[in-house]
Design a protein around this ligand. Structure first.
Ligand code: ATP
Length: 203
């Protein structure tokens, strides 16, 4: 069984996340793709929306795709969210599963700062999507991330120049999420944001 792990703060989930997930599903032939909202992302600076809101936004963003699964285990885990813990749990739950860790290129560059990253890349295949400007990571980093002939999968998708930061900034300035273009934010997520008045004051 091929399982995709897609972690993020999803604050809010946007169409770049969706494009990455769709590309991974098709390109990697995944049986399921687990969206994992991070409980307390240990590298985050800004104050996150409530866990329950981020969970609900991911749920509504993926409801139309049976292969997309909301996995909220990191929201229930006390302390910081570490991907290595999630990977180990899933391998124990699904012996023999092949795990793919889906990440944007910005996160690939930072992966060597992650908790127990070497243990992590022994357990997952990295699948990377480029964001915005295409930059090839430094050769030493690529070598470190591909030990013993392992390869990083590239997800074929056009660069999708959208981030949660940009959406939060636009919402702080403009008020209505539903007025944002649907190529940035899915309409059902926009409705949730407006209904719950998220991001009006905290860009
Ligand atoms: P923020 O702006 O708050 O930092 P973000 O838009 O980067 O948020 P995250 O929830 O942190 O969103 O991202 C989760 C994962 O999705 C990360 O691996 C990130 O690299 C990837 N990702 C986010 N946006 C895109 C995008 N537009 N294209 C490709 N990958 C993306």
């Amino acid at each position: 069984m091929k399982i995709g792990l897609f972690g993020g703060s999803f604050d809010p989930p946007h169409q770049g996340h969706r494009a990455l997930a769709e590309s991974a599903l098709d390109h990697l032939g995944l049986d399921e793709l687990r969206w994992l909202p991070a409980g307390r992302p240990w590298q985050r600076q800004h104050r996150l929306a409530a866990a329950e809101d981020r969970r609900a936004m991911v749920a509504t963003a993926i409801a139309d795709r049976a292969a997309f699964v909301l996995d909220d285990r990191e929201l229930h885990r006390p302390g910081a969210s570490y991907t290595i813990d999630t990977a180990c749990e899933l391998l124990a739950e699904r012996p023999g599963a092949q795990l793919f860790l889906l990440i944007g290129e910005d996160q690939l560059q930072r992966l060597p700062t992650w908790h127990r990253w070497r243990a992590l890349i022994e357990r997952v295949t990295l699948a990377v999507a480029y964001r915005g400007a295409m930059r090839e990571p430094p050769a030493e980093l690529l070598a470190a991330l591909q030990p013993e002939g392992r390869t990083i999968e590239r997800l074929p998708m056009p660069p999708f120049d959208v981030s949660s930061t940009e959406i939060r900034a636009r919402l702080a300035a403009a008020h209505s999420a539903q007025a944002l273009a649907p190529h940035l934010l899915a309409p059902q997520v926009a409705r949730y944001i407006d209904l719950h008045r998220l991001y009006a004051t905290h860009p």
